[in-house]
Write a protein of this length. Sequence first.
Length: 400
Amino acid sequence: MIQRNGLRVLSLYEGFFSGGARVLHSTVVTGLHQSGRQQHSVLSLHHEVKRESTLQRMEDDPRYRALRAAGVRVTSLGRSTEVEHDPRGFTDAEMTAAVRQAKAADVVLSLKEQPLRLVNQPAFPRRPVVACLHRSDPEHQGHALDDLISAANLGRLAAVVCCAESTRDAYRTAGVPGELLRVVPNGINLVRFRPAHGARRLALRGALGVAPDDTAVVYAARYDAMKNPELFLRSAREFLDMDASGQVLMCGAGMDGGNPGLADDLTRIFGDRPDLLGRLRLLGVRHDMELLYAAADVVALTSAFGEAAPLCLIEGAMCGAVPVTTPVGDAPSIVAGIGFVTSYEPTDIAATWVEAAARRESLRAARDAARPRFSHVRMIAGYTQVIERARKEAGRLTRV
């Protein structure tokens, strides 16, 4: 039986929906809870969220199920983006529920800065708050940056965890006090994300309809301007024209036939080349990314802004795919020595995919050597230090 030291931590989520930040934070919470050193719970502001043309319910989310399976208590305020709410305010019933849970915690974690609008409510108990940031574009976050700075000015913030150097630099420039900012690099479960070789790799490729000699490029992203899906599709057209054995697999929220925006993009970009479009497949939201990456030759990222330490590059590389990225956030340092950085020109990107696939085996030793620096064990240790330090310094906050 796990014995915990009594440190109780409440995480606040905007909601449960597909995205790297939620994957990362849920991995952290699960690891900390199972370590026995802390007792974690999660409060989600929304019960269901519609994003990228997909309505995503909390109970259907694999992060929710993984947290519950680990013994983490998960509840919500019951909000839905399908029902009109005051986006900046909270009802008396919502505040009562939130206050009750916060009073039972010693430290509060905020997944990204959006839930801080709840923390900043006068009725919210005084607890040391650690905001966990996963982007490098504070100016694109609406009111969230104002909420973050307000929390700092109100003395509620004990620390801000940044998943990348680019995140720390961007938020410091935006006005967040530098002494609050701590960098804890992203990590992944290396047992789950590992390469496939020989017959296992062939079987995974066969299950996806990828022949042994095909060149498979995986794009794991939601349908959002930040991810620059149009640039990816224009690059995919060039790639499929260059490589007659090329296959492109697109997955993520909105990467399916039910998204009218994506359908329009495909018509515009591939309308005169249905032969190329036949080698591009839309897989939607997947919960077996480790299998797709292990079957792929290249994992691609074409983002225009906002990225910090993209999990798709780390996960893909640790499964044996070569990461190829545009120069956003900390992505260039993540792929250094194991992948490639491109320009924003589709022809350059496509040619780099071809080169990356050709060098996949020669980069294998470098990928293997890089595995320890991407371990989630290091990441969880970093979060442990920040949380425990926040608790020790909580004497400067007035508890109610």
